[in-house]
Design a protein around this ligand. Structure first.
Ligand code: ADE
Length: 433
């Protein structure tokens, strides 16, 4: 199996699919390379993580969490996770390639005017608000994690430190000390529990200051002095900041998290609202096209990657929980399975159904608490693999809608399922339990 060991990975082709090129970035646990999909020519970023390093530092759960988080996020200003591949020793995150590089590199050249800074800040808040509404907090927002695409649109990357709501401790607060000093909120320094949404808003305030000032609001060569400034909220706006911006920043950089402005309030602020275009459902990358129901045939690699043979199972154990999704075999034509999913969903009140190009169906409803993608792959002339994944919403609602209302219809009504597992006729694909 191909591996990338060193930065100068000359024409390494990963999984016969991605031709790996130059090194884009390097961190403690990961290296990021540019790569090209050999069949489509599409540029991607490949984040390579060593399993050994992860295991040695107890970071394995962070990577699993990162996968779980990123696969749930579909927003034009968030770096997309295309797929995750693995060998015995490495995990490869195949990510959307942000051609414009780091926003930080642009600020390093020169500070932005308020209008340009506002445009980036609006995109940042749109992405952050989208995550917060889904119980996901970034917790490490800083210019290095903000990338740009070809059209200079912002792309938030690196959810390695993101924490999901389920991780909250009993008092509803997060306790892990993390983040980068200059962007860290005072309540984190106080080592009290903190609210992930509030600390992200603080970091957004620091980012906005940096965009317009060209330097940090809280800085000192002595780390303790810098912390004290953060703790006291001591910063000075340069003379070129407008009065409206100063007022707005004071609301973002309020040291009291209880009084700090929320994302919902930011959306109503005059300074922020100027020229703001809200991201609509259609922009969220959910491409629902009804034309041509071409079926995806599984090749040998697909079958292997569905199985535990490449030891991917450890990465996808969340899928084993019914609250995240499942895979099973049906003896049915792919078209018929799609028809059944559509018909079953139509019988559940308030579920919106959209058919995908390649034998897939997207389902959404229950006041935003249910969102799933069902994909059907032809395994043989007679068999299909049905894969359902929760894309969003609440795990309990997913289980209720999928397992209790849709799946039984799909499986029980199937005239010739492959086995009689759990009376529904569904059977897991090799390697899944
Ligand atoms: N550096 C780190 N991640 C990247 C990405 N997704 N695109 C471009 N450069 C990156």
């Amino acid at each position: 199996m191909p591996e990338i060991e060193q930065a100068a990975a000359e024409s390494t082709v990963l999984f016969e699919k991605y031709e790996v090129g130059r090194l884009l970035g390097c961190g403690a646990f990961a290296k990021v390379y540019h790569a090209r999909n050999t069949s489509t020519g599409q540029s991607v970023a490949v984040k390579v993580v060593s399993k050994k390093k992860l295991a040695a530092t107890g970071m394995a759960s962070n990577v699993k969490r990162e996968i779980a988080i990123m696969s749930r996020l579909h927003h034009p200003n968030i770096v997309k996770l295309h797929e995750v591949l693995a060998t015995k020793t490495k995990i490869y995150f195949i990510l959307e390639f942000a051609k414009g590089g780091e926003l930080f590199a642009r600020i390093a050249k020169s500070r932005f005017g308020e209008d340009l800074a506002r445009r980036f800040f609006q995109q940042l808040i749109s992405a952050v608000g989208y995550c917060h509404a889904r119980g996901v907090f970034h917790r490490d927002l800083k210019p290095e994690n903000l990338l740009l695409d070809e059209q200079a649109n912002l792309k938030v990357s690196d959810f390695g430190l993101g924490a999901v709501k389920e991780q909250m401790e009993v008092d509803g607060m997060l306790h892990t000390l993390c983040g980068t000093p200059a962007y860290v909120a005072p309540e984190i320094l106080a080592k009290k529990g903190y609210d992930g949404a509030k600390v992200d808003v603080w970091s957004c305030g620091v980012i906005l200051f940096v965009l317009v000032a060209g330097y940090l609001p809280f800085n000192d060569p002595n780390l303790m002095v810098m912390y004290r400034k953060i703790y006291k909220g001591e910063y000075r706006c340069p003379r070129w900041f407008s009065t409206e911006l100063r007022r707005f920043l004071a609301r973002l950089l309020d040291t009291n998290p209880e009084k700090r402005i929320t994302v919902d309030e930011i959306l109503k602020e005059e300074w922020f609202k100027k020229g703001y275009k809200e991201v609509t459902f259609g922009d969220l990358g959910l491409e629902w096209k009804s034309e041509g129901d071409d079926v995806k045939d599984l090749n040998a690699f697909d079958i292997i990657s569905f199985s535990t043979g490449l030891n991917l199972s450890g990465l996808f154990d969340s899928l084993k929980e019914v609250e995240e999704g499942e895979r099973f075999l049906l003896k049915e034509s792919p078209e018929k399975v799609v028809e059944k999913v559509v018909a079953a969903a139509a019988s559940v009140e308030g579920i919106i159904v959209r058919r995908r190009k390649q034998c897939g169906v997207e389902l959404e409803g229950c006041d935003g608490n249910f969102a799933a993608l069902v994909e059907v792959y032809r395994l043989s002339a007679e068999l299909v693999v049905v894969e359902v994944r929760r894309r969003d919403g609440n795990g309990g609602v997913f289980r209720d809608v999928w397992s209790n209302k849709l799946r039984p219809y799909l499986c029980a009504a199937s005239s010739s399922t492959t086995s009689d597992r759990e009376e529904t006729g569904a059977q897991p694909v090799a390697g899944e339990s």
